[in-house]
Design a protein around this ligand. Structure first.
Ligand SMILES: [Zn+2]
Ligand SMILES: [Zn+2]
Length: 211
């Protein structure tokens, strides 16, 4: 499994644009799935090009939640490549999608790839089977990291947690996770870094994680 951060508040490479929002390309179990689309289509597609990711190679898109900094690039990429979009059931937008799968309960997207289901009526997270457990990709974690971990654990022990942790501060909830990449909207990065120095990794556009 490989996760490439395409869009983030910070950038790990000079040639990639940093902007408030989040998007990551997940390649796993023979599939290529785009998780969220950032805030602006031009930045999403520009960063993809510099990362050598052809938007036409994306097979489906999963939207964590209906906030502008995660859905903003959606219409631009769908214009190039109208793939199915998995979106939480309660989301009111975005409109004009070609093929929409509304996600309520936890669901298998493909062999080894799952959604936690919509949690707290706002957000879903992506769960991918890896060696010895699962990696979890999160948007803003508005539904709560504790809830997300509990929902993901039904698919295996959580080995990695990558994405926006928002105001998460119940730090003991992530104890034992091998890889922590708190990025995007995460408020308490430095606390997580000092508490879990072995697991902590910086996020940012251009970072690649392989599990
Ligand atoms: Zn949000
Ligand atoms: Zn966000």
């Amino acid at each position: 499994m490989k996760v490439t951060i395409v869009y983030d508040n910070t950038s790990a490479r000079d040639d990639l644009e940093a902007d408030w929002g989040f998007s990551a390309l997940v390649t796993a179990h023979g599939r290529r799935l785009l998780f969220d689309t950032g805030a602006k289509g031009s930045i999403l597609l520009g960063n993809m090009e510099k990362l050598d990711i052809d938007p036409r190679s994306v097979e489906e898109i999963l939207i964590s939640h209906d906030h502008w900094d995660h859905t903003g690039g959606l219409s631009d990429i769908l214009e190039i490549n109208p793939v199915p979009v998995y979106i939480p059931k309660s989301a009111s937008g975005p409109s004009g999608l070609s093929e929409v799968i509304r996600v309520d309960e936890a669901v298998k997207i493909h062999e080894g790839i799952y959604s936690t289901g919509e949690l707290e009526k706002i957000e879903q997270s992506l769960v991918v089977e890896v060696d010895g457990g699962v990696a979890v990709i999160v948007g803003c974690s508005h539904s709560g990291i504790g809830n997300i971990i509990r929902a993901a654990q039904r698919f295996g022990p959580v080995k990695a947690l990558i994405g926006g942790y928002h105001g998460f501060d119940e730090f003991e909830a992530v104890e034992g996770i091998d890889l922590l990449v708190p990025t995007h909207c995460t408020q308490f990065k430095s606390e997580l870094k000092s508490r879990y120095p072995g697991a902590y990794r910086e996020g940012g556009a251009g970072r690649v994680f392989e599990l």
